[in-house]
Design a protein around this ligand. Sequence first.
Ligand code: AMP
Ligand code: MG
Length: 322
Amino acid sequence: MTRLLHEVAEAAALLLAGELVGFPTETVYGLGADARNAAAVAGIFAAKGRPHFNPLIAHYASAEAAFADVAADARAQKLAAACWPGPLTLVLPRRAECQVDLLAGAGLDTLAVRVPAHPLAQALLRAVAVPVVAPSANRSGQVSPTTAQHVLAGLSGRIAAVLEGGACAVGVESTVLDLSQPGPPRLLRPGGVPLEALQALLGPILAQPEAAPTLRSPGMLLSHYAPALPVRLGASTVAAEEALLAFGSALPGAGLVWNLSERGDSTEAAARLFAGLRWLDAEGAQLGLTRIAVMPVPEAGLGAAINDRLARAAAPREEAQP
Ligand code: AMP
Ligand code: MG
């Protein structure tokens, strides 16, 4: 059962053991997992009951720690100096050596990072000394929690523990600013730091979310990674020139196989999905394979989110959805 904790050290030990722990930030309670641990990250989507994999924010104790995982330009440095710790999230390019698991970033080449100000969040992040992904600690579709009791009401029995930290001060989520694309920064989500404060620091900011990611060229989807090789879903046989993304017992005859989960576990499969697509894409191209065949994944558990992502990867490229 889910425990209510009063000690940061206990919460830190659970996180490092791969468990899910709710903790207070100045915005809302986050549902934390060790961002390096693919199984723990998959567990977040399972606990929240998310119907698809959206990218999570990685939390750090300091800007220095955050900027070891993402590439910070002068604008990011300036914002970090002015607004961190605080309710501002920056989307920046992942560094090659980024420790954060691919599923946490929904397979993107960018990563959202934040340094929260709440003293318990700070203490927890310093204690673990690893990046912690933490979406709001509520079931998908429910309101964000601003007390430990809210977290328990939604997630009791689905997560290991919640760190008690009273009511959150800000109560709205962090402002999300995209600095990863050429041109002016873009506001992706209004939140705890007002747009005007960011404009005062950086000058013009595009205030609307990017409208039409579907207009990007083939294979260059804004929002999500799609493999370069075409994807064929629902495979019950596999051709010699195909790579195989397997689930359960792999079909015979494939030139190259990545098994999402031999034991047919959807959470394990989610943890291995993006790494598998990238690996099949790269290795398949090397071997001269022409397509990725995908075995059916049952809808139960994280299967629905996996199928949502695979359907996007398989969609005709000019009509592909974000
Ligand atoms: P939450 O799940 O409440 O923590 O919200 C995370 C927010 O950050 C969502 O609005 C995401 O779409 C956004 N986000 C996270 N990572 C990225 C990214 N790499 N690129 C763009 N938006 C992101
Ligand atoms: Mg939320």
